[in-house]
Design a protein around this ligand. Structure first.
Ligand SMILES: Cc1cc2nc3c(=O)[nH]c(=O)nc-3n(C[C@H](O)[C@H](O)[C@H](O)COP(=O)(O)OP(=O)(O)OC[C@H]3O[C@@H](n4cnc5c(N)ncnc54)[C@H](O)[C@@H]3O)c2cc1C
Length: 469
């Protein structure tokens, strides 16, 4: 009954029927009535505020505060926060819907800002129990449009964002002296707080021994206004430098909790949201192409672009691919909801050892790769359907094509993601080897066999020196 009702609803865009694909091509059956209402309100905010701001941000690089304020008004910035801290306790399905909707009808840059913000919220929620500072931040999120970000990517290790080479932490009286350099941090110089990850105090060379910190804007050096990129121009991704003494409560979770924080909070949510975000970008391109192809006519044949059989083939294939990617993201969201009391973050307060998302890590990783690949491929095809007018800024698709390119390179880039999934599937979870710790002995011996005796002696001497050092 409910499905039939949803198909009857006409998608609205500024009081008129939406020119792109209607609800009959959306997997609305995953959503509750409440989530459908939120989706409609978000589409309205996209029409009135977020899409116009996306165009301005693309042209000028302006940080999209107006769009973020619109999200805060809808209670979306803190959507996953439990009700007891003032949030709406949204589940994974809801997060996937919000992220896709925001990127599709509103602004891909704002959707990246929202993603990096929400994964930081998740890092706080994972270890909120007994941490007053974390709870203080959670209570301010929507009330004060308190936008956060995640400063992880290290300039030396790139897409392996969980590998903070340029970082150190020293225990000092009353807290920690934290030093770190990051590259490409979204909202650099704009976010009001950030989560970052460093090696742990008393670091002994094991990069899986990581710790997580909360910092406020005045405790780090961001780089406002330096972002000048081909796409995602409102995103203001930039370097961040940290060299500050933080009180004890700013370590989120115990020392060495970083890998658990990645597995349970950062990775599942970020990978799922990246998948949803770039599905949204691909759909936005298809919406525009549908509008153009049905209107543009060739006088010599009396046909529109939408009448050509080749257009049916391209559009049909892209739609089938994107639908598969988004249904995949929604299915994984549902899987995570089923294992987390419907995304109830207080379960970590009840049981700090609980890691219900971690067992399913490889599933959200696949959502990231798939969504980013779809956006890359589909955006190119839809630009092609626009013909020459797609090149002009007025059509709007060239902005989306530029934005679509960012997903593939965002960490872990699609190559690394495939390697993780492929190694895991072929050789087991341990083979994913996130911190480059597994020795490939057959390969090592094979290489050594290539050496003559002098070569082998030189290696033995070098190893002997390493051991005695
Ligand atoms: C718009 C935007 C926003 C971002 N926001 C944030 C943020 O908020 N926080 C944050 O921490 N980071 C952020 N990042 C960083 C991002 O997530 C990546 O970590 C980063 O872009 C990787 O960049 P790199 O140039 O160092 O890539 P590199 O690691 O140098 O990789 C370059 C290319 O080499 C190839 N490659 C790399 N490794 C392998 C491999 N193992 N096998 C095969 N090929 C490989 C791939 O083709 C890859 O694209 C953002 C990036 C962008 C573009």
């Amino acid at each position: 009954m409910r499905e039939a009702e949803s198909l009857d609803r006409t998608k609205q865009w500024g009081g008129k029927p939406y020119p792109g694909l209607g609800f009959d091509f959306d997997p609305q059956w995953y959503l509750t009535d409440e989530q459908r209402d939120l989706q409609e309100r978000l589409i309205r905010a996209c029409h009135d505020v977020i899409r116009p701001q996306a165009i301005v941000s693309d042209q000028t690089g302006e940080y999209p505060w107006k769009s973020l304020e619109a999200l805060a008004e809808l209670g979306i910035l803190g959507c996953i926060i439990p009700r007891k801290y003032g949030g709406r306790a949204e589940n994974h399905v809801g997060v996937t819907m919000i992220t896709e909707t925001l990127a599709r009808y509103g602004c891909p840059s704002t959707a990246v800002i929202f993603t990096m913000h929400l994964v930081s919220v998740a890092a706080l929620l994972f270890r909120a129990a007994g941490n007053e500072e974390a709870v203080k931040v959670l209570r301010r999120i929507d009330r004060d449009c308190f936008v956060g970000s995640a400063s992880y990517t290290d300039p030396e290790t790139g897409g392996h964002f969980w590998y903070p080479k340029i970082s150190s932490v020293e225990i000092v009286p009353g807290g920690y002296h934290v030093r770190k350099k990051s590259a490409f941090t979204t909202s650099s110089g704009y976010a009001r707080w950030m989560i970052t990850q460093t090696v742990s105090p008393n670091f002994s060379g094991d990069y899986s021994d990581l710790s997580v910190f909360l910092l406020y804007a005045d405790e780090l050096k961001g780089s406002p206004g330096v972002w000048d990129a081909m796409g995602m121009r409102g995103n203001q991704s930039g370097p961040v430098e940290i060299d500050v003494v933080l009180p004890e409560g700013r370590m989120i979770g115990p020392p060495g909790d970083g890998a658990a924080s990645n597995d349970e909070a950062i990775d599942p949510l970020a990978m799922l949201m990246f998948g949803a975000l770039y599905n949204g970008v691909a759909l936005a391109c298809m919406d525009l192409a549908r509008g153009h192809a049905t209107k543009r006519r060739h006088a010599q044949y009396g046909q529109s672009i939408a009448d050509y059989a080749t257009t049916h083939d391209v559009f049909g294939r892209c739609l089938i691919d994107v639908q598969a990617s988004r249904v995949y993201a929604f299915a994984v969201s549902e899987l995570l909801d089923r294992n987390t009391r419907n995304n109830d973050w207080t379960l970590h307060e009840d049981d700090p050892e609980a890691m219900p998302r971690t067992a399913w890590t490889v599933w959200p990783f696949k959502a990231k790769e798939l969504g980013c690949r779809m956006a890359m491929e589909v955006s190119d095809r839809m630009l092609q359907l626009h013909g020459g007018s797609g090149y002009s800024r007025k059509a709007g698709i060239e902005r989306l094509v530029r934005d679509a390119k960012a997903g593939w390179i965002m960490g872990p880039n699609n190559e690394i993601t495939r390697q993780i999934v492929g190694r895991w599937a072929l050789l087991g979870a341990e083979a994913a080897d996130f911190w480059n710790q597994r020795v490939n002995e057959p390969l090592l011996l094979n290489e050594l066999d290539k050496l003559d005796e002098d070569g082998k002696r030189a290696i033995v001497a070098r190893l002997a020196r390493d051991i005695s050092d």
